[in-house]
Write a protein of this length. Structure first.
Length: 275
């Protein structure tokens, strides 16, 4: 052990830390999903294969060995949603992030106020609603399932969309920056089996889309009027209007920080050219 520690290099430590971080992120991606249970099943098969080899159970070993060989292709098929989610997570990292369309602070506050006012009104009237706010991951495939609106965000428009017995009230609204892209959209339902049975389709759809993208989904319960927000596969329930607005404003925090950095960089660059 002493000789091992004496020969360890800085690059070895960095190598170990990178692998540990990668495994941690992988675990966080598959936690509480069907992939977690599938991986447990694969580990059981792997252990059973090794045990049958040690005990010289040749027939059992041959069957399990061939199953594990073919299983590599099966993993790609079965884990397709998780692999897609992982690649999207990498694509959303700050190394590849595209800047949002610049929105002035005053305009941003107005947009958020319109959304929050609409949600508050719907909650008071106990009108069910599902609003999805696009961030870095594009939601064009979701938009295509509904009716395109392409209208400016306003509380009146959002409230009218969700009025019961209207053509578009039973789907989701997709918002990109300051535009209502579409209404009556269909969302994928979450496959999380540990959710409370009291959660309805809207909440499960909000979780489902938040698991597959970095969007924020706002839900208004039709039964209780409670406001919930889904983000990154997690659901925050029973929010008040103030908290909701803070969550929405935080969506643009990174964008604002990035713009400030770019402005400082441009200012320094201009000073350097003048000198």
């Amino acid at each position: 052990m002493k000789e091992l520690f004496m020969n360890i290099r800085i690059r070895d430590i960095i190598d170990i830390l990178i692998v540990a971080f990668a495994f941690y992120k992988l675990f966080m991606l598959i936690r509480e999903t069907r992939a977690e249970q599938l991986i447990k099943g694969i580990l059981v098969l792997f252990i059973a294969t090794k045990v049958s080899e040690w005990l010289e159970l040749y027939t059992v070993y041959w069957i399990l060995d061939k199953t594990m060989t073919v299983g590599v292709i099966a993993i790609l098929i079965v884990f397709q949603p998780e692999l897609r989610r992982g690649l999207e997570y990498i694509g959303r990292s700050r190394f590849f992030t595209k800047s949002f369309v610049e929105i002035e602070d005053e305009s941003l506050n107005k947009i958020m106020d319109e959304i929050v006012d609409a949600v508050a009104s719907l909650a008071r009237q106990k009108i069910g609603a599902l609003i999805v706010m696009e961030r870095e991951t594009g939601l064009n495939e979701v938009v295509e399932t509904g009716t395109k609106i392409e209208g400016k965000v306003s509380s009146g428009l959002l409230i009218n969309i969700f009025i019961p017995n209207t053509p578009l009230h039973d789907g989701a609204v997709v918002i990109k920056e300051d535009t209502v892209k579409a209404a009556g959209c269909f969302l994928p339902l979450t496959e999380n089996a540990s959710l409370s049975k009291e959660l309805g389709t809207r909440h499960r759809a909000a979780l489902g889309i938040s698991e597959r993208s970095d969007c924020i989904a706002i839900v208004v319960s039709e039964e209780t009027g409670a406001i919930s927000v889904a983000e990154n596969g997690s659901l925050s329930r029973y929010l008040d209007v103030k908290t909701l607005k803070q969550i929405l404003m935080d969506m643009y925090k990174y964008k604002d920080q990035k713009q400030i950095f770019l402005l400082k960089w441009r200012h320094k660059d201009e000073q350097g050219k003048e000198q």
